[in-house]
Structure formats: structure tokens, C-alpha cells
Ligand binder design. Structure first.
Ligand SMILES: Cc1cc2nc3c(=O)[nH]c(=O)nc-3n(C[C@H](O)[C@H](O)[C@H](O)COP(=O)(O)O)c2cc1C
Length: 363
């Protein structure tokens, strides 16, 4: 219906309608600021009564929390609950000074989750090995007070044969000292050069993107930090010159250059990784950190990229959800257009702010 009207209405009428919507939005803003001065919860009222901007996000957060409960913290091939708790155990093992007794409030839940994951053939073997190695190190390190002893008894009884082949004692997935981290010959100057070289590129040659290069870059992106090491996202890769423009076109920000994008990755956050709504922003933060590493890695491989905004708008949201077969609790965070830069393609100068403008010293 909307598309029909869009094609049928004359331009001046469409412009007047747009002005009307802008005016309504302006009045809402005025009303909001007026109410704000009097009632602290006015923004929530206004957004729930007259504005649907946050509706989908609220629904996604809620359905993510429900899915977390239903799936017992497991998301198909990985468990956010296991990852978070194993991460917490590792922090305890690294603590200075290390305590003889810690994690008493969650060790039982962790071992039970580990047992469930060991029975789930979809969970990645290296995730299970990490959990097994850290749990073994934990039980070796702590004093077996009541509930730790109880958790240890359950842990010992778990059948670990599924990952027996993975348990190389010389390569244990447990905390290690900083001095054993590999050295790097990357200098500050070379990192700066890489960052200067990376530009948002919108014009690409028609050379197909090598899939092994994509995998290399994605594997580097996956080394990015994430809150409690959950890595709550998936990369939906469309490396097909015929299909990629259709996906890129779903984002308004590609107008005029979508057709020449040979490859696009949609980074999708998974809200079923969180039992509580207070963590609803983490998917965006974690996905963005991984996206940055992806783009720098692509650059070292001779590929260029452009991050593409994914605003929360009804029609494209639905189209993307249909195209990628997303659940209610999976949210596209951003798109990344990828290809070999057209050497004659233009790049905006994009002046960067100076340190004076962005640095605030807290004293
Ligand atoms: C989250 C995000 C969303 C962006 N969305 C778009 C977009 O929709 N369309 C576009 O052409 N560029 C987009 N960009 C690219 C920015 O315009 C670009 O990063 C900025 O102008 C700075 O230029 P540079 O990346 O070359 O340093 C986006 C960048 C980011 C980080």
C-alpha cells in the first residue's frame, strides 16, 4: 500500500506529507521536554502512548529474555550462560591475591550447564574444551567447601568422552601469564598507517571477493573483546555479486552505490544471550568492536569496506528478517559492504575531530 501511494502521489503532496510527519515529531519533542521538567517518567509514558519507535526493540529484548529461559542459556551452537560463567571463573583464577574459595554462588549452575552442553551435540567442541579445562583448573585450585564439593562431585560424574580427542594437556585453555603472549612487530606507526589507509569505500571493481580472504578477516574479527566473552552475534555473509546488492539496498544509506557492492556482511546480534534487559545494548557494542577488527583485517588483505547504518525502521526490518530468516530476538546491528576498491573511485575526505575536541580530563 505504502509503495503504491509512493509511486502514485505527486512529489509536492509527498513533500507536504513528509513536512506533516516532521511537524508531529517536533510537537512530540516539545511535549516531551515540557513534561520532562515536571514528571521524571514522562519519556516512558510518551513513548508507550503515542510513539512506537522503541516497540520492536522492547519486543526483541523481551523475546530474547524468554528464549534465554526456555533454552537454558544455550543458543544453538553455543551457550552464553556457560561462556559467561567460565569467564567469571577465569577472572577468579587470575585474581591477585587468588582466594581459596570463590564462585560459590554460581559454581553449581555452571557445572549443571556444562553437563547440559556436553549432552548437546551442536555445541562447538572448543567451547566445551575451554569449559572443561577451566573447571578442572578451578576445582584443582579451590578449597572444597560444601557446595564446591557438591559441584565437583557432579563434574567428576559427567561423561567427557565427546571431547576426549581435544584434551591435549600441553595446550590447556586456561589462564596464562602475560609474559607468554607472542610479541608483535606492529609499531604504532604501522597501526596508524593501517587506520589512515582504511576508508569507507563505496566504489568497487567487479572482481569477486575471495572467500578464503573473507574467512581470514572474520577469524580476526572474532578475536575482538566482548562482554563476558559471549560473542553474541552472527555474521550473515552474502558473497554473491548478483545477490549482495539486494541485501545492501535494504539499508537506505547505500542509495546510489548498492548496485556495485559485490559482497555484504550483515552483523546480527542475538538478544537470547541475556536473561536481563539491562544488557540489551551489549549486542551493539560487541558487534561494533568485531566489525572494526573485521574492517582493519580486510584492509590488510587488500580489500576495502564501508560500514552501513541499520536504523530501526518497520519495512526494512521485516524484509531483512525475512531474507535472513531471523527470529524476533535477533537484531541486525550493521551491514559491512566489502570489495576490491575501484582505484579511480572517490573517497570523502571525512575530517576527523582533534584530541582537544574529544578528550575530557576527569579530575
Ligand atoms: C555505524 C556506521 C554507519 C554508517 N552508515 C553508512 C551508510 O549508511 N552509508 C554510507 O555511505 N556510509 C556509512 N558509514 C560510513 C561513514 O560515513 C564513514 O565512516 C565516515 O564518514 C568516516 O569516513 P571514513 O570511514 O572513511 O573514515 C557508516 C559508518 C558507521 C561507523
Amino acid at each position: 500500500m505504502k509503495t503504491l501511494l509512493r509511486n502514485w502521489l505527486p512529489n509536492n503532496v509527498k513533500q507536504q506529507i513528509r513536512h506533516l510527519f516532521t511537524a508531529v515529531d517536533e510537537y512530540q519533542l516539545i511535549l516531551l521536554s515540557f513534561l520532562f521538567a515536571r514528571f521524571p517518567r514522562s519519556a516512558t509514558w510518551l513513548y508507550s502512548l503515542v510513539n512506537r519507535d522503541f516497540m520492536r526493540e522492547q519486543q526483541a529484548v523481551l523475546s530474547g529474555r524468554l528464549a534465554y529461559r526456555k533454552q537454558e542459556g544455550i543458543q544453538a551452537v553455543s551457550s552464553a550462560l556457560l561462556r559467561r560463567n567460565i569467564h567469571r571463573l577465569e577472572k577468579g583464577l587470575c585474581m591477585q591475591p587468588r582466594r581459596n574459595v570463590f564462585a560459590t554462588d554460581f559454581i553449581l549452575a555452571t557445572v549443571e550447564c556444562f553437563a547440559t552442553c556436553m549432552n548437546n551435540k551442536h555445541i562447538e567442541a572448543s567451547e566445551l574444551k575451554w569449559a572443561l579445562d577451566v573447571l578442572s583448573a578451578y576445582f584443582d585450585a579451590v578449597t572444597h567447601v560444601e557446595n564446591i564439593a557438591q559441584a565437583n562431585a557432579i563434574f567428576i560424574a559427567i561423561d567427557k568422552s565427546v571431547i576426549a580427542g581435544q584434551s591435549d594437556p600441553k595446550h590447556s585453555f586456561v589462564p596464562y601469564q602475560h609474559k607468554s603472549i607472542i610479541d608483535t612487530d606492529i609499531t604504532t606507526a604501522s597501526l596508524r598507517d593501517l587506520c589512515i589507509r582504511r576508508r569507507s569505500v563505496r566504489w568497487f571493481t567487479d572482481k569477486a571477493v575471495a572467500d578464503d580472504q573473507l574467512n581470514e578477516a572474520i577469524s580476526i574479527a572474532l578475536l575482538a573483546p566482548s562482554a563476558c566473552n559471549r560473542q553474541p552475534f552472527r555474521f550473515h555473509v552474502c558473497n554473491d555479486q548478483q545477490l549482495a546488492p539486494d541485501i545492501a539496498r535494504l539499508a537506505g544509506g547505500t542509495a546510489g552505490f548498492a548496485d556495485n557492492i559485490p559482497c555484504v556482511i550483515t552483523i546480527v546480534g542475538d538478544l537470547s544471550a541475556y536473561p536481563m534487559s539491562r544488557d540489551r545494548h551489549v549486542i551493539y557494542i560487541d558487534a561494533a568492536l568485531a566489525a572494526m577488527q573485521l574492517m582493519l583485517a580486510l584492509e590488510t588483505l587488500g580489500l576495502s569496506s564501508c560500514p552501513i547504518n541499520w536504523p530501526d525502521i518497520d519495512v526494512p526490518e521485516q524484509k531483512m528478517a525475512d531474507r535472513l530468516r531471523l527470529t524476533d530476538f535477533e537484531r541486525p546491528v550493521m551491514l559491512v559492504a566489502i570489495g576490491y576498491a575501484d582505484p579511480h573511485g572517490m573517497i570523502p575526505y571525512s575530517q576527523k575531530k582533534s584530541i582537544n575536541v574529544i578528550r575530557t580530563d576527569v579530575i
